[in-house]
Ligand binder design. Structure first.
Ligand code: FMN
Length: 197
């Protein structure tokens, strides 16, 4: 910890992060990665876990006041988060529909949406060696379209994810170190956003 001008130890700032899994599956590898990352970074960040399965299909007719309760809750979580951590598989070479649906709900109104200027760390995984890399780029495109900021860090792509699981938990030290480095890049961006401009 770095001492301040008075020689007192400065308290490291905590960040509030919103974990969004692209899978609703009970035994999801994507969700297991998020839980492992939240545990590994517990000394630096507090996590909320989004329930995107509760969201209705996006329908612009529902995007009126009052919003459906699940939509209001999700959008409030995005707004109050310092950043998002998205972990997803890919479905048919693309973004799983439930995740795209959630991002669409958080993307309106375009110029002042909950996602605007929000740092987003993107992780994809797959039982295949390709690690969901095609979805990684589609998620990046979608959040960029919503004026969010994909964290500038090497792509976190987890191949052969099934071999990195132990009793339902994600366990792979090399992946975790790589993802923690991505989180550090996000913390730096969050802290830059907090500076008075
Ligand atoms: C409808 C469907 C489409 C899939 N398409 C792909 C794909 O394009 N690429 C891939 O690597 N895996 C694909 N998979 C396999 C998923 O990566 C795998 O089921 C993964 O475990 C799902 O993520 P989860 O563990 O977080 O639920 C597909 C699975 C399903 C059910």
């Amino acid at each position: 910890m770095t001492p301040n001008a008075k020689g007192e130890a400065a308290v490291a700032p905590r960040r509030r992060l919103l974990a969004v899994s692209g899978s609703l599956r009970a035994g999801s590898f994507s969700t297991a990665i998020l839980k492992a990352l939240a545990t590994a970074s517990a000394s630096r960040a507090d996590y909320d876990f989004a329930d995107i399965g509760a969201l209705p299909h996006f329908n612009q007719d529902l995007y009126v006041s009052p919003l459906p309760e699940s939509v209001r809750i999700f959008r409030d979580l995005v707004t109050s988060a310092d950043g998002l951590v998205i972990s997803s598989s890919e479905f048919n070479h693309g973004v799983p529909g439930v995740l795209k649906n959630a991002l669409d709900w958080a993307s309106r109104p375009h110029n002042s949406s909950p996602l605007k200027a929000k740092p987003v760390l993107i992780i994809t995984s797959s039982p295949a060696f390709t690690g969901g890399v095609r979805a990684q780029y589609q998620i990046r495109e979608t959040v960029t379209s919503a004026l969010a900021r994909p964290v500038a860090t090497p792509e976190i792509v987890v191949g052969s994810v099934g071999t990195k699981m132990s009793e339902g938990e994600f366990e792979d030290d090399a992946t975790m170190q790589f993802a923690l480095a991505g989180l550090e890049a996000m913390y730096a961006e969050i802290d830059r956003n907090r500076q008075p401009h």
